[in-house]
Write a protein that binds this ligand. Structure first.
Ligand code: SAH
Ligand code: SF4
Ligand code: F3S
Length: 469
């Protein structure tokens, strides 16, 4: 191992486990039955995975969980900072807790995650919402038991937003939301500093977990019956650079694929600049790896891509797409795109539309640019009015809708092996194909968590209908 610039405090999990049992002692004396925690996570899958660790730590401290905030003894919001909309919702939801706290003075309100890793936001919560008890940033996530113990024993307010490059804390307990789908973070942080993005500021430097720990975790999950394992990282295909374990992402994927068992491997998010031919060839060769590539392109204009600091051109992106389809004809590619980056003109936007028409995405997440304080783009001139950006946004959705409808229509009559999940609003069961497309099927709950062969009988723009054969 070499070049490591961050800490892996192995003893920290044990220290926190001691705090969890101290907190459990207080809780046992204070409550006649198990207290209830309401944990809500905003944002990306990385945050959802953190949410499962938060629940793991709370379980050890003696909490059970509720979906009803009104009956909660502890409310924990795990926040996201990626766009203004996410932050506004969190401010609103936390504000609404004031009246609950007035009714139940013993209730504790905790905030954590990316939003409160920003000192100016943490201060705003602390000053404007005196009923918030504990605020802790992403670098202090693993210290929840310590904060819980301190809050329960002293009643004092706590703000902990350690700076620095971030940690890897192994050994934190996890309470998974699902019994058949698991999130598996393989790296944390991001070094790319795309000029619009807050993530590198709130998640610290890119750091990879030890491949042997990851491989063991996959073996354990498979032994426990997990059928879908999603490898997570903000830039998952740059895995293995710091520290250097002698593994790149392709090698890790290949060795996970060699683990025995019937399961599917997903990963996200991939960055085009780190999407190597070796990775695409590994995907094509590995039978357990989902034939789905989430590859955000952000813009189709080279001028804007440069201003965004993305490190590739539209032509390079399309060459990756072409290579990927040629290796995996049934591959499903999805992407993220930003509309209305500062200084973007309609001509730039037309290049984005052209790229979307060429790439043939199965689906696409389209975002209107949202300025994030402290990023480079936030200081750039942004003359295009919001209504104009909204028009572009709708135009782009129309383009992608046509592409997607063509793709789903071409699936009718074909058979896919898909993992059955829970129930959709329509009452049907949702099954997810290797390409990450949902097929709704009439079935009973017993199919949940199993792979089935499903023949597609109908198609809408974004989803399919089918029946088990
Ligand atoms: N690490 C991933 C995604 C990070 S955030 C990647 O590099 O692709 C998920 C998506 O949110 C991004 O792909 C981008 O499209 C969008 N996004 C990030 N910051 C944004 C901002 N300031 N305004 C609008 N969209 C943003
Ligand atoms: Fe943000 Fe870019 Fe890092 Fe993705 S790669 S998290 S968009 S800085
Ligand atoms: Fe949001 Fe943080 Fe994820 S800002 S998108 S929760 S890394």
């Amino acid at each position: 191992m070499s070049g490591s610039s961050f800490e892996i405090p192995y003893e920290e999990a044990a220290r926190q486990a001691e705090y969890a049992s101290l907190a459990a002692g207080i809780i046992e004396n204070r409550y006649s039955s198990k207290p209830k925690a309401f944990v809500h996570t905003y944002g990306c899958q990385g945050n959802v995975s953190d949410g499962e660790k938060l629940k793991g730590m709370l379980t050890d401290a003696g909490y059970e969980f509720t979906d009803d905030v009104n009956e909660a003894d502890l409310v924990l919001y795990n926040t996201c900072a990626v766009r203004e909309h996410a932050e506004d919702r969190a401010f609103g939801n936390v504000g609404a807790l004031k009246s609950l706290k007035m009714r139940n003075r013993n209730m504790r309100i905790f905030l954590c995650g990316c939003m409160v890793q920003q000192p100016h936001i943490a201060k705003k919560f602390y000053d404007s919402y005196p009923f918030v008890d504990v605020i802790f940033g992403t670098n202090a996530l693993h210290r929840l038991p310590e904060f819980l113990y301190r809050s329960l024993s002293t009643g004092k307010r706590i703000v902990e937003i350690p700076g620095g490059d971030g940690f890897i804390t192994e050994g934190i307990p996890v309470k998974r939301d699902s019994g058949y789908k698991a999130w598996l973070p393989i790296m944390y942080g991001c070094n790319n500093f795309c000029t619009y993005c807050i993530v590198p500021y709130v998640r610290g430097r890119e750091r990879s977990r030890d491949p042997q720990i990851i491989l063991n975790e996959v073996r354990e999950l498979v032994a426990q019956g997990y059928k879908e394992i999603t490898l997570l990282g903000q830039n998952v295909n740059s895995y293995g650079k710091n520290p250097d374990y002698g593994y790149n992402f392709a090698r890790l994927l290949s060795e996970i694929n060699d683990i025995e068992g019937d399961f599917i491997i997903r990963f996200m998010t991939s960055h085009p600049k780190d999407c190597t031919p070796e990775l695409l060839e590994t995907m094509a060769r590995c039978d357990k790896v989902a034939k789905h590539l989430h590859l955000p392109f952000q813009s189709g204009s080279d001028r804007i891509l440069k201003l965004m600091n993305r490190g590739y051109t539209a032509e390079h992106y399309l060459s990756l797409v072409e290579k990927a389809y040629s290796l995996m004809p049934d591959l499903s590619i999805t992407a993220d795109v930003i509309v209305g980056f500062p200084g973007e003109t309609y001509e730039d936007f037309e290049m984005t539309k052209a790229l979307v028409e060429k790439a043939g995405f199965t689906s696409m997440f389209t975002f209107i640019y949202s300025p994030r304080e402290g990023t480079k783009a936030a200081a750039m001139d942004d003359p295009v009015p919001a209504e104009e950006k909204s028009r572009w946004f709708r135009e782009l959705l129309d383009v992608q809708e046509k592409v997607a409808a063509r793709r789903t229509a071409s699936c009718v009559g074909k058979t896919y092996r898909a993992l059955c999940e829970g129930r959709a609003k329509s009452g049907n069961i949702e099954a997810r194909t290797s390409g990450n497309v949902i097929i709704e099927i009439p079935a009973d709950d017993s199919v949940t968590g199993t792979f089935r062969n499903i023949r597609v009988t109908g198609a809408k723009t974004w989803m399919l209908y089918g029946e088990i054969i």
